[in-house]
Write a protein that binds this ligand. Structure first.
Ligand code: KIV
Ligand code: ZN
Length: 511
């Protein structure tokens, strides 16, 4: 008998985007969605259409451009929300409306201020409304793991009768533990008479660090859809990390006896893209995708791996698409070498794009002897940032004088979209502050810098510095990224990137 398939439901663009401090443009969401399609996820929750015009626009764009997976929009149990969700996904090849409502007494009483009977009626009415648009309807009882079991059975039975094709048991506050969760799934299967008419799904949060364990335990108990986010992004401590779930199923096939439609070799690339676009770094010791996930430090381990990799390596890094780093490019490398290395890393460029990246590559090679895969990824991120974010202002030149004696002073030259040049100078508490003050004199956008981070892309004194910043303007967060071998220049690029986002969001809002 063939293995059962577990449906992989990715909510990086919805629950993941709810992580504090993430604010993605439609173009960025589309880029992530296209990569998720390559990864082979079955469902992409593209957003929460009713939550903002920006979310609706992103859901619509993804629905019309990403054709293979099911495209879902979240909706509260309000008829207007359901209508907006449908507006978002109606052009998808495979649309889904995902409605949710609180089911635990804690949330029903204290937040909704309703009674359980009212909630059940509202849930049924919303599922019926969704069903009037779309065959594929998912229903989530929010906080299901803290919900009275008898009420949960009743609610699930009613929404399945109303047409829900997937019911999703949400561990919204990350409360449960694996054995208890498996038991809850078993109990749902035995106490909801029509449960076989719907796909049983789980959605686990990581407040106790148990989201992946809980999801896996539920799969063993028979659920056939699992929800999560790339890199474990999501509200608070995040959602279950999809790459960990996928690789656990893959590695312990003997135990799970289920399959997924995932191309595991796309995992590394997906993780890097999500990290790069969201500005949320992946911790080095993170399973599957952390920088140290396949590094062996102790002598005994290194000795074992040299003799036979399987001694201490559970997963072949290439199975998750980890770059082999076998070829290092340099000053003398040509276009063909660059193209072939980029293709191995998953970047397929046309002639024009290759020429632009080649120019940046040559500039970098002048300053850095060996160009590694990580450097190439940084170059590609830089060029993506330029094409994804409207270049309303460009940095032409930055010059800083600093030291422990004088006052840090910066001069910047910027050019706007009409080609007008602006030069200005300012002092600051340090060189980066001076640069930011000088830029502020040209682009007068009132904002607060809420985060500033410098990471080194590779090791060594000539490493590229990758700067991530977040600025807050009128309650909205804008991320900025920039990389360069000079961290002051990288900081300036990051600030320009964030300001261009802020200015373009303003213009969009006003139009
Ligand atoms: O955590 C949660 O309960 C959710 C639902 C909307 C599924 O994200
Ligand atoms: Zn959630």
């Amino acid at each position: 008998m063939g293995k059962d398939k577990v449906i992989i439901f990715d909510t990086t663009l919805r629950d993941g985007e709810q992580s504090a401090g993430i604010g993605l443009t439609t173009a960025e969401k589309l880029e992530i969605a296209k990569q998720l399609e390559k990864l082979g996820v079955d469902v992409i929750e593209a957003g929460f259409a009713a939550s903002s015009p920006g979310d609706l626009e992103a859901v619509k764009t993804i629905a019309s451009e990403v054709r293979k997976p099911v495209i879902a929009s979240l909706a509260r149990c309000y008829l207007d929300d359901v209508d907006k969700a449908w507006e978002g996904v109606k052009d998808a090849q495979h649309p889904r409306i995902h409605v949710f409502i609180s089911s635990s007494d804690i949330q029903i009483m204290n937040q909704l201020r309703k009674n359980p009977e009212e909630v059940l009626d509202i849930a049924v009415a919303s599922v019926e409304r969704a069903k009037s648009y779309c065959e594929d309807v998912e229903f989530s009882p929010m906080d299901a793991t803290r919900t009275d079991p008898q009420y949960l059975y009743q609610l699930l039975e009613a929404v399945i009768d109303a047409g829900a094709t997937t019911v999703n048991i949400a561990d919204t506050v990350g409360y449960t533990i694996p054995s208890e969760f498996a038991q809850r799934i078993e109990d749902i299967k035995s106490n909801v008479p029509n449960i076989s008419k719907a796909v049983l799904s789980v959605h686990c949060h990581n407040d106790l660090g148990l989201s992946v364990a809980n999801s896996l335990s539920a799969i063993r108990a028979g659920v056939r859809q699992v929800e999560g986010c790339i890199n474990g992004l999501g509200e608070r401590a995040g959602n279950a990390s999809l790459e960990e779930i996928i690789m656990a199923i893959d590695t312990r096939e003997d135990l799970f006896n289920v399959s997924t439609g995932i191309d595991t070799t796309q995992i590394y690339r997906t993780s890097r893209l999500v990290s790069d676009i969201t500005g949320f770094p992946v911790q080095p010791n993170k399973a599957i995708v952390g920088a140290n996930a396949f590094r062996h430090a102790s002598g005994i381990h290194q000795d074992g791996v040299i003799k036979d990799r399987s001694t201490f390596e559970l997963i072949d890094p290439q199975r998750v698409g980890w770059p082999s780093n076998s070829l290092v490019l340099g000053k003398l490398s040509g276009r063909a070498g660059l193209r072939s290395r980029l293709e191995e890393l998953g970047f397929h460029l046309d002639q024009q794009e290759l020429s632009e990246v080649f120019e940046d590559f040559k500039l970098l090679a002048d300053r850095k002897r060996e160009i590694t895969d990580q450097d190439l990824e940084a170059l590609m991120s830089n060029s993506r940032r330029i094409s994804d974010v409207p270049n309303l202002y460009q940095l032409q030149h930055v010059q800083v004088s600093t030291g422990d004696q004088g006052i840090p002073t910066a001069t910047v030259k910027l050019i706007d979209r009409d080609g007008t040049e602006f030069t200005d100078a300012a002092t600051g508490t340090g060189p980066v502050d001076a640069v930011y003050q000088a830029i502020n004199r040209v682009i007068a956008v009132d904002n607060v810098l809420t985060e500033f981070r410098v990471d080194s892309v590779t090791e060594g004194i000539d490493a590229i510095g990758d700067v991530t910043i977040r600025i807050e303007k009128d309650g909205n967060i804008f991320v900025g990224r920039g990389s360069d071998t000079d961290i002051i220049v990288a900081s300036a690029k990051a600030y320009m990137n964030a300001l261009n986002r802020a200015v373009s969001a303003d213009e969009k809002f006003q139009s």
